[in-house]
Design a protein around this ligand. Structure first.
Ligand SMILES: Cc1cc2nc3c(=O)[nH]c(=O)nc-3n(C[C@H](O)[C@H](O)[C@H](O)COP(=O)(O)O)c2cc1C
Length: 236
């Protein structure tokens, strides 16, 4: 199995060790590629060149393309990050913003439909749900049908080297369970109802836009290339 890990913090703290525990349960025979915040792109500048001219025109393409290419090769996409201000940290959002061009409303890669994603988070005590949703939403719009989440409330523990035995056991147990779920993950052959519905709507919208376009947009050229929509002439 090919695994790509997006680490949302450079700290070797609780998040890092949760992710390491998880990997220790599934690592044998797997290829793991990891990215840390110092390898992430700067914030999206909003130039929209990716949408209009292609993602290679993004000012951060040199940094972002290796991450995207690793996604394409992976079977399992892992996001590991702490909760900041009840949401995903800015490091993660910066990666997510650069993925918008590959959302189903724009130019989804067909291989993404087969992938599984996993979100590992932790907080001092707050619910992890909203922070996980930031990534979950992006995964659904990219076309990932199966997304697992696992969050830990550390109940006051903030430093890895000071966490108590009970918390340590709780983390071990959670990561072992999580690893068992994805150990033998296979490419998804069927889209989930959510992804199918969103993709259906996107195809309809693209077809409507195409019917009124003189020259197909880059998004529509992509949809035509994969046979998801057709020129009016071809349809007759
Ligand atoms: C800037 C910042 C914001 C945070 N916001 C929250 C929060 O809203 N709720 C919460 O429960 N913990 C919050 N935390 C605590 C972290 O989620 C928690 O300490 C986590 O274990 C840190 O992971 P790490 O050890 O991998 O750095 C915040 C921490 C930082 C640094």
């Amino acid at each position: 199995m090919n695994i790509v890990v997006i680490n949302g913090t450079p700290m070797k703290g609780i998040t890092y060790h949760m992710k390491e525990m998880f990997l220790s349960h599934i690592q044998t025979g797997n290829e793991v590629t990891e990215f840390y915040p110092n390898e992430f792109p700067s914030f999206c500048v909003g130039c929209k060149r990716c949408f209009l001219y292609g993602e290679e025109h993004c000012p951060h393409s040199e940094i972002m393309l290796p991450i995207w290419n690793a996604f394409l090769k992976a079977d399992l996409l892992v996001f590991a990050y702490p909760v900041y201000a009840l949401r995903a940290p800015a490091t993660i959002k910066s990666v997510l913003d650069h993925l918008c061009v590959h959302w189903m409303v724009h130019r989804p890669d067909p291989s993404i439909f087969e992938k599984t994603a996993l979100i590992i988070t932790n907080s001092i005590g707050a619910s992890n749900g909203a922070a996980q949703k930031d990534v979950k939403t992006s995964m659904s719009w990219l076309g990932v049908s199966r997304v697992y989440t696992c969050g830990a409330k550390m109940m006051g523990d903030i430093f890895w080297d000071k966490i108590n035995d009970k918390s340590m056991k709780m983390l071990e147990c959670k990561m072992e369970h999580l690893a068992a779920k994805v150990k033998n993950v296979k490419p998804q052959k069927r889209k989930s109802l959510k992804v199918s519905t969103l993709f259906f709507i996107c195809k309809m919208l693209h077809q409507v836009f195409l019917n009124s376009e003189v020259e197909p947009s880059l998004d529509n050229q992509h949809y035509i290339k994969y046979g998801w929509i057709k020129h009016k002439k071809e349809k007759q």
